[in-house]
Ligand binder design. Structure first.
Ligand SMILES: Nc1nc2c(ncn2[C@@H]2O[C@H](COP(=O)(O)OP(=O)(O)O)[C@@H](O)[C@H]2O)c(=O)[nH]1
Ligand SMILES: Nc1ncnc2c1ncn2[C@@H]1O[C@H](COP(=O)(O)OP(=O)(O)O)[C@@H](O)[C@H]1O
Length: 198
């Protein structure tokens, strides 16, 4: 039977390397009630092991801009100033919420604030890596980026950390404590009352 209640919209942000992908993978398995991930669209190339339609919808810039013009996105953002676009597709979010299924968005700070304007009761969570040193260690440990990209991401991280108090919840993903972080996320999402985020 379809639920008469709409699902919760959960927004998770945090600097690149804070551990979003790692904790979200585990969270989807344990969250109650059911939580599904919105797969974003991007024009950046896939990393080794990333699957189209699962990690992202990988689009050409032409296709991305065509769909943007057609109004298919809730928000779009050119994240690192390097020409790559990211965006949340309406088709990933609207139907599920109406069907009573909660949806998780893993998006950057600017995108998050755009969405909150449209969904003021969204559950907004900022994931922080603890310290700057820990963030740098994780970015280097992942071995997926060039030195230039790492430096750019560290600079962006400082700007993003400054926005953390715009989120309803702040969670530190302590080194070696992934399972604890996942549990805290699950608790926050389950217990949020739906009061407006701002
Ligand atoms: N605004 C917006 N940001 C997004 C979206 N999808 C991903 N991002 C953000 O884009 C940034 C870069 O993501 P990605 O290239 O996968 O790198 P990662 O953060 O290191 O995994 C991260 O801050 C994501 O949260 C989206 O649909 N909209
Ligand atoms: N709590 C943690 N302690 C130590 N390392 C972590 C923790 N969470 C994530 N990592 C590692 O840090 C790196 C960045 O995590 P990732 O999930 O890719 O971050 P993001 O999606 O935010 O960019 C990965 O190599 C991951 O295994």
């Amino acid at each position: 039977m379809a639920s008469s209640r709409t699902g919760k919209l959960v927004i998770l942000s945090g600097p690149s390397g804070s551990g979003k992908t790692t904790v979200v993978r585990k969270l989807l398995g344990v969250a109650e009630p059911r939580l599904e991930l919105s797969v974003s669209a991007t024009t950046r190339p896939p990393r080794a092991g990333e699957v189209d339609g699962k990690d992202y919808h990988f689009l050409t810039t032409e296709e991305f801009l065509r769909r943007k013009a057609a109004g298919e996105f809730l928000e779009t953002f050119e994240v690192f100033g390097n020409g790559y676009w990211y965006g949340t597709l309406r088709s990933e979010v609207e139907r599920r919420l109406a069907d009573g299924i909660s949806v998780l968005l893993e998006i950057d700070v600017d995108g998050a604030m755009e969405i909150v304007k449209q969904y003021p009761s969204a559950v907004t969570i900022f994931l922080s890596p603890g310290t700057e040193e820990e963030l740098e260690r994780r970015l280097r440990g992942r071995k997926t980026e060039s030195e230039e990209t790492i430096q750019r991401r560290l600079a962006t991280a400082k700007r993003e950390m400054a926005a953390m108090n715009k989120y309803k919840y702040q969670i530190v993903n302590d080194a070696g404590a992934v399972n604890e972080t996942v549990q805290r996320l699950a608790d926050v999402i389950q217990n949020d009352s739906g009061d407006d985020a701002l």
